[in-house]
Design a protein around this ligand. Structure first.
Ligand code: GAP
Length: 517
């Protein structure tokens, strides 16, 4: 593979996403809207397939999980109860020279990540020097320089957690100054004080100014699940433990709007709340950590791309929390959160609504407020993880180069391109017959323009896992050539077997079955 650094790779991801109809800047003709994106013809398909993979894994593979679709608008008291009105804040800091605004905690975290990368560079260098007998872990624990970097990567985030916990914003500013953190764009260290900033978007319900009610666009989908806990439990006769899953839009007025679709102001979440008996939540926390990682790993991306990051600072309502971090082109960042949220949310909604939100246990003849395990993943972040990992430049045996988007096959927008070798001699007609048969079970695309080699390259870059070529022999042997995107190997397949051949490789079922392995 051609060598690229992380910034180059990220630039490539952005331009490829646009060029191939995956992601566009929102309202681009008006110069766009910051941190808001549109998904194009391929992006919408990929996103739908990721959502479907998550939804089926949750609600179809588990008898004890059901899905709902709650409204984006919710009664405003919901957000008082959930704590979002009072505490859904980010600490922000402005640079007086550049006039740019940053999240104070992100500045410290980025500083720490840089120290960690320095440590890893040292380890890599040593590995090259010492060869096969090199023990990387031992080196991390004994080499002074590496130990220094690792300490510098760990201590500031721990101090930051303590300062935020104590709401000591002056202390956060002092930490930024002590670490000599500069504005990433300009290098200036001339900072304002740190202030808290609420991330919810407000809006109004109703026509006239005096009677209109203040509403919020939901900042997470989870609350739609909590307020429907009893509706679902009763109507579905669900027994504890059981889960409620939901996917949908969420909105946050993010201060730091960068890194493409990683951090947006309008995004989509896929969340599942699993209601358990109090006292069993830590066992379930462990189980859901494993289950979620298995879901990720089934996609075939290398294990080294993932790591768990246990929270140093637990929210006051949580008794365990971890993030699944992914190695994005700009480093390891949070992809998914798994939280043991105790009975905080249901109890708060009981208090604010005056309605009981409890489970009646027929075995013990008593009621209790269940504890909750939450798994929460951003669909757009998952999209970026998959897309950036899939985009590769390859140098082929003959020295030529190709750009290929090695998307997990079941998630690819188009499963097969149907390519008549020529635009004549009855070949397009056969191609159309094949499309008529395949279109009922998968998305396929007809392409007759350009030489076949160019069409292959176009489909490689588009992420299409299979190309089906109809040539003159097809008229004699009723077979087609199927080319595999990743291996570029070709196989002759009888037209009558083509549907099964492709289904066995591209169906969601094949992917879902990999989860348990
Ligand atoms: N209900 C829990 C919750 O919302 P969170 O950690 O704030 O927890 C969960 O968000 C996930 O949602 C994150 O792990 C991330 O994948 C995604 N997410 C959060 N903010 C986002 C944003 N501004 N843009 C894109 N995805 C975001």
């Amino acid at each position: 593979m051609a060598q690229t650094n992380d910034t180059d790779q990220f630039k490539k991801v952005l331009s490829h996403a646009k060029e191939y109809g995956y992601v566009f800047q929102s309202s681009e003709i008006y110069d766009g809207l910051q941190a808001v994106y549109d998904y194009g013809q391929n992006g919408a398909e990929l996103k739908k397939n990721i959502r479907e993979y998550w939804w089926q894994a949750m609600t179809q593979l588990n008898q004890d999980i059901v899905g709902i679709d709650a409204a984006i608008f919710m009664h405003p008291t919901t957000w008082k109860a959930s704590g979002h009105v009072d505490a859904f804040n980010d600490p922000l800091i402005d640079n007086k020279d550049s006039k740019k605004r940053y999240r104070a905690d992100v500045l410290v975290e980025d500083y720490c990540e840089k120290q960690r990368l320095k440590a890893e560079k040292e380890v890599e260098k040593a590995a090259k020097r010492f060869g096969e007998s090199f023990d990387a872990d031992m080196y991390r624990q004994t080499n002074e320089r590496v130990m220094g970097y690792l300490k510098a990567a760990k201590e500031p985030v721990e101090r930051l957690a303590r300062l935020l916990e104590a709401e000591d914003l002056a202390g956060v500013k002092a930490l930024i100054e002590e670490l000599e953190i500069a504005d990433p764009d300009t290098g200036s260290k001339n900072w304002t004080d740190v202030r808290q900033f609420n991330l919810m978007f407000g809006t109004k319900l109703g026509a006239s100014a005096d009677t209109a009610t203040d509403l919020y666009l939901r900042p997470e989908t989870a609350q739609g699940i909590f307020v429907n806990f009893l509706n679902v439990q009763k109507s579905g006769r669900m027994k504890i433990p059981f889960g409620i899953a939901q996917t949908g839009k969420a909105f946050r007025n993010e201060i730091v709007a960068r890194q493409f679709i990683f951090r947006q102001r309008e995004f989509e979440q896929m969340e599942m709340q699993y209601f358990v008996k109090p006292g069993t939540e830590l066992e379930w926390f462990k189980i859901w950590k494993e289950r979620r990682m298995a879901w990720h790993r089934a996609l075939g991306m290398d294990a080294s791309n993932y790591r768990f990051h246990d929270h140093e600072k637990l929210a006051h309502y949580a008794n365990a929390a971890t993030d699944i971090e992914f190695n994005f082109p700009f480093g390891f960042k949070e992809l998914e959160g798994i939280h043991s949220r105790t009975d905080f949310d249901l109890k708060a909604h009981e208090e604010y609504s005056g309605k009981k939100l409890q489970f009646f246990d027929h075995e013990t003849n008593s009621s209790y407020v269940p504890y909750v395990l939450e798994t929460s993943i951003g669909l757009d972040r998952m999209f970026l993880a998959i897309f950036s990992n899939a985009l590769q430049d390859e140098t082929l045996e003959d020295g030529s180069e190709r750009t290929v988007l090695k998307l997990p096959v079941a998630l690819a927008p188009v499963k097969a391109a149907i390519l008549p070798l020529l635009k004549k001699d009855g070949l397009p007609e056969i191609a159309n017959e094949i499309i008529e048969e395949l279109k009922w079970s998968m998305k396929v695309q007809y392409d007759e323009k350009d030489a076949i080699g160019r069409r292959y390259r176009r489909q490689d870059a588009n992420g299409t896992p299979f190309c089906v070529t109809i040539d003159h022999d097809t008229k004699e042997d009723h077979a087609v050539t199927v080319r595999d995107r990743d291996t570029m190997t070709q196989e002759r397949v009888a037209i009558k077997d083509l549907k099964n051949y492709l289904e066995e490789r591209v169906s969601m079922t094949v992917l879902l079955k990999k989860i348990s392995k």
